[in-house]
Design a binder for this molecule. Sequence first.
Ligand code: SF4
Length: 119
Amino acid sequence: MKKKIICIECPKGCVLSIDLQNDEIVSMSGNECPKGQEYALSEIKNPLRIFTSSVLTQGLSFKMMPVRTDKPIPKHKLFAAIKAVKKIRLCCPVNTGDVIVENFLGLDVNLVATRNSMN
Ligand code: SF4
């Protein structure tokens, strides 16, 4: 099976042409550096994404706090992440980078604030 994916490891955005057999890469072209091959392998075996969203606040000067995971999580966990953040209510002032949820979804990543709540 042939597949094309865009490498997002750097701004060049190389288009990787991959030939797959039984979920194994048998040939690849289009990558301008070795990182493209690592990225393609990750995309085939275990695609990961940084999760970004917002959580509701209570008693703060604005209604929503933007958040993100501090490391990528498996792509198949994104819907679980969306459901989880809907249940969060941030009551305390935070600064950029403060941990909102430790070990988010048990994935060994933290959910962190991406702005200050106090200005
Ligand atoms: S293959 Fe290398 S050069 Fe191309 S986008 Fe990926 S990291 Fe950048």
